[in-house]
Every structure is written in structure tokens, then in C-alpha cells.
Design a protein around this ligand. Structure first.
Ligand SMILES: Nc1ncnc2c1ncn2[C@@H]1O[C@H](COP(=O)(O)OP(=O)(O)OP(=O)(O)O)[C@@H](O)[C@H]1O
Length: 689
């Protein structure tokens, strides 16, 4: 806790609270040891079911033990609610609220999980609606998780704390080192409403930078795993983030909340984990992400089904049965497009076999189902199907589309312009579909084709999609296929959409994701970024997202924003001194620049005398180095105490949606932003001053 929170250094009550903390810690250690020591009851036998049951039991015990590990730097409780005697059934009238449930050796609860219904008033009670709470106590902790302070609100007397904001502020301003922390002690009511929203309907949060979207998504998962563990356990939960740096940044939040079994991945890894992606031209990537490709693929696939010109002649002993060409044509055209492609082949075989059976019956025979199956598998039927409804792999279809201009044109119809078709074709085609190298955008198309050929089971129970505004229609469709009957938490900000294939509207995006009825909530109270910085970056909004409201900053910090114009020759010196200045403060520092400039900037900073020990090699050094160089393309979702932005004009020039990218870059700072530029500031920023 910083100085802004109240301190009670010599207070005997503080000593009592500390003693209680020690007692709770001991109890947790006991709970953990109990799970570790307990034998897992295993069932005898070695068949698959029994082995699976035993493995599941061992894993469940391991996970429980993991969830009960006491993390030394994470306080066990952060608040207390006092009720009038007798208000809460089966519980004491004083509840300590913490990250997980802790009980003593007799089973008496010591700390109540923040997710339990009785904890809700900690987040929602107000002096005007005390929800039967007499007193709400919040605790302050040192970075080493020592209890250092507390503050009371006497809600029944309508006395607000007066320092509630100070707690939140102190929490936000605690210097950043390493990965993201949980916000469980200070979740705000508008956030709590989304965290505790029921599993259905899905929710979609449009939120300005730093409004807590990512935090909400993670806490919501922890909450849902508490209230709906069984339903979610069936299919599992997956969090999809924009890239590995981001996933590494958020990796510790759920474990700190006791949840150690949630998969966190990127959309590319989820769709095609083993792909060694080939590079490709950005215009092709944008077209491949467009929803029109779904129609193009559908046509391309079904164009493999031909029109039969001959009937089938089936022989059994000396007898011959003929199904004429027009009847086979009818069968094929009634099934074309009516099922998935692969089951369609079987259906055609069965229908032809049935037509043979009818002829057998007409001759007084009495064939049964076995005969029908034998006919369906017979050579003449199989040969016919191979000729008119051939087996195809997704790769074969896409290979033809990307290498054969005529095939592409006939599949594209009027959906793609001639220029778009030209952009899609490989400049140098591969020799065969087996030797083709696929890009990430291709992998999504292959996924779509695979589903058109054979339906995917799509068993996930819940999907959290962070930075969803950047996903293409085709990626969203691929995600939907993995979670067909589940629900979703969709998080994003249209103003931060930097991909050329971004859909641009929540309605359209939710439709592609298969959750058109999701509840849409908008957040505009920014916690990360000081007000002056948000106001500065917000000048870009009328150009990049005119429909969105201007966000507000929760905090003002004097001197939070600095802008230094320089000449070209002095640029690196000015940048180095901005870094030195930023390093004088506490916490993490990032220099963010256009990707292509970064290596030069890093070398320039070292030449200008910046201590190489302080300077991490890449953004991956975030856990250890004080100062990291971050390419603008990877800044999304990250945050640093101090940010130095080098040459915004270069960031804007580097890509088609460069102004959106700049908006992302300018909103990463918790405490200070220093912009150093030799070229004029882009867009509406130019007139700032
Ligand atoms: N209620 C809160 N209490 C303390 N800290 C908070 C709270 N809400 C948000 N924060 C902090 O503000 C910062 C921004 O939160 P988060 O990254 O979740 O925002 P975001 O909306 O996802 O931002 P962006 O769109 O820029 O990625 C984080 O450091 C988070 O811990």
C-alpha cells in the first residue's frame, strides 16, 4: 500500500488482524498438507475406463493441492464485512473476504471466497444501500503481503470511507514489475456486474483502454468456475488472447485466484497448433479473413460434385439390376448441399442401393438391410461415387482455389472482384497440395473447409475472446465451431482495431461468433491511464471510432504527459534522456516504436549511454528488465508504469490502420507518457498544445 492509504502502525486492532492473518495462513497450509497426504482412492482393474477414472482422480487431487498453495506475495484476505448478529445463517457475523475459502481444522470458515454470494455486498453495498452490512473494512498490504493498514466504512450510519478511492488508486499505482495482477480487492461495481453475470446469455464488453476488460474476463472465469464448475468442466474453458506476449503477461492472474486449469492460447494456436506459417501478402490475408470467403469455399467444395451421365448396373449371381442415369441424377441433386460433403457421399451410396433393393423387391425377392449395405459398398456403386462425388481433403480444395485462376473465378462468382481474385492467387504456385505451405489465414480457411466436409463436434463450454475487435469474420466462425453450444465472454475496443480484416461492428462480430444475442455493455471509466493522457489520445477517436464515447480517466497525475519535439539529429539523445527520466520513477518502463525502427532505437539508446543491464532485449524481458523495447505491433493489452513513445508518425505510417495502432500505443501508461518526435505529430494530435 502507498502512503495514500491509512496507516495504523501501533494500533492493537491491527495486531489482532495480523494474528488472524497468521491463523488463516496456518489453516491454509494445513488444508494443503491434508490434500497432499491423503491417498487417492483408486479402483482396481486395468481397462481403459478404470485407468481413466484413476488418472482423473489423481489429477483432480493434484489440482486441488495446487489451488491450495499459499502464494507468499498474495494476501489471503483483503476485506471484512460485519453484519448484525444473526443476519447470516450458519456463519459468523464477521466475514473475512479473500481469494479462496479457508477453514480451520474443525471446518469453521475463516476466510470466505470472494465469489460466494455472501461476499457480494463487499463490492456492491453503498451508504444508501448498505445491504445489511454494518461495517466494510478494507486492508492495505505491503508488497510482501504484510498487513499494514485498514480502513472502515460504517455503512449503517451512512458514513462513507473517504479513502475508498485512495485504496483503488494505490492498487492501480502499485509499481508494475512482471505479469498482471488480480484486482479482486478493488473490483468496481460496474465491473462486478459483468464479472458475476450469469453464464448465459453471452456478454460482450466494449471498453476504452484500461477500463479493466481483460481483468473482468479473467475474474469472470474464476467466478464462473466457482458457480458453474460442473457445467464448464464438461467441455472446458479457453481464453483466446492476441499473442504470446499478452498471454505471458496475464498468466498469473487465474492461478492467484486459485484456478490453475484454464487454457490460455491465441486464435492461431487454437485453430492450427502445429502450423509453421508461411508469410503472405497483407491484401490476401484481408480477403481470406472476409466473410465472403465462406460462400466461396462452399461453392469451391460443392463444385466437385458432378452430374452423373450413366446409371448403375449391379449384378448378383446371374441377375442384373439397373438404376438409370436420370434416377441417379435425381438422387445426387436432392443430396447436393443438403448435408455435409462427406456424409453426403454415404447418403448417395445408400440411396442408390435402396433403388437397387426396390428393383429386387419388384422381382419378388426379399432383401434386408444387410443386402442394402452390401450394395452400397459394391464396386459399381463405389466407382460411380468416386466419379461424381469424389473424396476430397480440405487442402486439395484450397490448393486448387489458390493456384487455378479459372477454378477461383468460378467459385468466387460475383463475391470477389477480379483484383481480389488476383490478390488471392499464389504468385508462385506449389507443385501439389501435399507440398503446399499454408499461412495462418489459410489455416482458418482449411478449418472452415474441414467443417464443410465433416461437421466438427465443437465441445467447449465457454470461450473468452480478448481483443476480439481484431479477429476476422473467418476466425470468429472458426471459434464458434469450437464452442457451438457454449457461451462466450467477448472483450474488446473498436477504437483499438488494428487489423485490416476487423469487422468493425459488434453486431456483425457477435453474429459470426454465433452469439448474436450477447448482452452488450460499454465501459468508459479508464483506470490505467491518467486523465491527461486519455484526453490526449482521445483526440484520435473522432477519426478512428466516431461512434464511441470519449473515455474518462479515473485519476489525474500532475505532469503525467510530456511531449518533446526535437530535430532529427538530437532525436536519439532526447529519447535516451526521456528513458533516463522515466527510470528515475518506480516500476516498469517501455520504449514503444514502429517495429522496423526498434533495433536502431535500441542500439542508439546504448550508444547514448543507457545502461545495458537495465535494457531488456525484447518485450519478453518484461519480467526481469526495468526497461523494455516494445514493437508497436505487440503493445496491445500490455501496460507499463512509464511509457516513452518514439516518433508517432512512423508508427502511423507503418500500416494501413496506423492511427488505431497509435491510439493503442498512447494508452499503455499507468503513470507517465513521454512522446519524443522529430516528425510532426500525426492527425488531430498535431494541434495539441
Ligand atoms: N477495479 C480495479 N482495481 C484495480 N486495478 C484495476 C481495476 N480495474 C482495472 N484495473 C487495472 O487497470 C489496468 C487496465 O486493466 P485491463 O488491462 O484489464 O484493461 P483493458 O480494458 O483490457 O485495457 P486495454 O483495452 O488497454 O487492453 C490493469 O492494470 C488493471 O489491473
Amino acid at each position: 500500500m502507498t502512503e495514500s492509504a491509512p496507516s495504523h502502525a501501533e494500533d492493537p486492532e491491527l495486531e489482532t488482524e495480523r494474528a488472524f492473518l497468521t491463523r488463516a495462513r496456518t489453516a491454509l497450509t494445513y488444508m494443503h498438507q491434508d490434500v497432499v497426504d491423503r491417498e487417492t482412492p483408486l479402483i482396481g482393474g486395468e481397462d481403459n475406463d478404470e485407468r481413466f477414472t484413476n488418472e482423473s482422480a489423481i489429477r483432480a487431487r493434484w489440482m486441488r493441492a495446487q489451488a491450495l498453495v499459499d502464494l507468499p506475495d498474495v494476501p489471503l484476505f483483503f476485506g471484512r464485512l460485519d453484519y448484525e448478529t444473526g443476519t447470516i445463517e450458519d456463519a459468523t457475523d464477521q466475514l473475512y473476504i479473500g481469494r479462496r475459502h479457508v477453514h480451520d481444522e474443525l471446518g469453521t470458515p475463516l476466510v470466505i471466497d470472494w465469489r460466494a454470494p455472501v461476499s457480494v455486498p463487499f463490492y456492491r453495498a453503498t451508504p444508501s444501500d448498505p445491504q445489511q452490512v454494518l461495517r466494510r473494512r478494507r486492508y492495505g498490504f505491503s508488497d510482501a503481503a504484510d498487513l499494514t493498514a485498514f480502513d472502515d466504512e460504517l455503512l449503517d450510519q451512512g458514513i462513507p470511507s473517504g479513502v475508498e478511492d485512495a485504496f483503488l488508486r494505490a492498487e492501480i499505482e502499485r509499481p508494475r514489475t512482471g505479469p498482471m495482477r488480480d484486482i479482486v480487492a478493488t473490483i468496481q461495481p460496474e465491473q462486478d456486474d459483468l464479472v458475476r453475470a450469469p453464464l448465459q446469455p453471452s456478454i460482450c464488453v466494449q471498453g476504452a483502454p484500461g477500463t479493466g476488460k481483460t481483468a473482468i474476463g479473467l475474474h469472470r472465469i474464476a467466478y464462473l468456475l466457482y458457480t458453474e464448475r460442473e457445467r464448464l468442466g464438461r467441455g472446458g474453458v479457453v481464453i483466446v488472447g492476441p499473442n504470446r506476449s499478452f498471454l505471458s503477461y496475464i498468466r498469473k492472474v487465474l492461478p492467484a485466484l486459485g484456478e490453475v486449469d484454464v487454457k490460455q492460447t491465441t486464435v492461431d494456436e487454437l485453430i492450427s497448433p502445429d502450423l509453421v506459417a508461411a508469410a503472405e501478402n497483407p491484401r490476401a490475408v484481408a480477403i481470406k479473413g472476409d466473410a465472403r470467403m465462406a460462400e466461396v469455399l462452399l461453392r469451391a467444395l460443392w463444385s466437385h460434385v458432378g452430374t452423373p451421365t450413366e446409371g448403375v448396373l449391379y449384378a448378383k449371381g446371374s441377375r442384373r439390376y439397373r438404376v438409370p442415369d436420370y434416377e441417379v441424377q435425381e438422387i445426387v441433386s436432392s443430396l447436393r448441399g443438403a448435408t455435409r460433403y462427406a456424409p453426403g457421399r454415404n447418403a448417395v451410396a445408400q440411396r442408390i442401393a435402396h433403388a437397387v433393393l426396390v428393383r429386387m423387391e419388384q422381382r419378388g425377392e426379399s432383401p434386408d438391410d444387410r443386402v442394402q449395405n452390401a450394395v452400397a459398398r459394391s464396386k459399381p456403386v463405389k466407382d460411380l461415387i468416386e466419379a461424381i462425388w469424389p473424396r476430397v481433403a480440405p487442402e486439395q480444395v484450397l490448393f486448387r482455389l489458390l493456384s487455378d485462376a479459372e477454378f477461383l473465378a468460378s467459385s468466387a462468382g460475383t463475391d470477389l472482384s477480379p483484383q481480389e481474385q488476383a490478390d488471392l492467387l499464389w504468385p508462385k504456385p506449389y507443385r501439389s497440395w501435399k507440398s503446399a505451405k499454408w499461412s495462418e489465414a489459410d489455416a482458418v480457411l482449411l478449418d472452415e473447409l474441414a467443417d464443410l466436409i465433416e461437421r466438427r463436434s465443437g465441445s467447449l463450454s465457454h470461450l473468452v475472446v480478448d481483443e476480439a475487435q481484431d479477429l476476422s469474420a473467418m476466425q470468429l466462425r472458426a471459434l464458434h465451431r469450437r464452442c457451438r453450444s457454449g457461451s462466450a465472454t467477448v472483450l474488446g475496443d473498436l477504437a483499438q482495431a488494428t487489423t485490416p480484416w476487423a469487422t468493425g461492428s459488434w453486431a456483425e462480430l457477435l453474429d459470426h461468433l454465433g452469439v448474436p444475442d450477447a448482452r452488450l455493455a460499454e465501459l468508459d471509466r479508464g483506470f490505467r491511464v491518467p486523465a491527461q493522457i486519455i484526453d490526449f489520445a482521445g483526440r484520435l477517436l473522432p477519426d478512428i471510432a466516431p461512434t464511441l464515447a470519449l473515455p474518462t480517466g479515473f485519476r489525474e497525475i500532475p505532469g503525467a504527459l510530456r511531449i518533446t519535439p526535437t530535430g532529427e539529429d538530437d532525436f536519439l539523445d532526447a529519447l535516451a534522456s526521456a528513458c533516463q527520466k522515466a527510470l528515475e520513477g518506480e516500476g516498469s518502463v517501455a520504449v514503444i516504436a514502429a517495429d522496423a525502427e526498434l533495433t536502431g532505437i535500441r542500439e542508439g539508446l546504448l550508444r547514448a549511454g543507457l545502461d545495458s543491464a537495465l535494457l531488456g532485449a525484447t518485450e519478453h524481458a518484461m519480467d526481469s528488465a526495468r526497461l523494455v523495447c516494445v514493437p508497436a505491433m505487440l503493445a496491445k493489452g500490455l501496460e507499463f508504469d512509464a511509457v516513452v513513445v518514439a516518433e508517432p508518425a512512423r508508427i502511423v505510417e507503418a500500416e494501413p490502420r496506423g492511427l488505431h495502432r497509435l491510439y493503442v500505443v498512447l494508452t499503455r501508461a499507468v503513470t507517465s507518457l513521454h512522446v519524443v518526435h522529430s516528425a510532426p505529430l500525426p492527425g488531430a494530435l498535431a494541434s495539441y498544445g
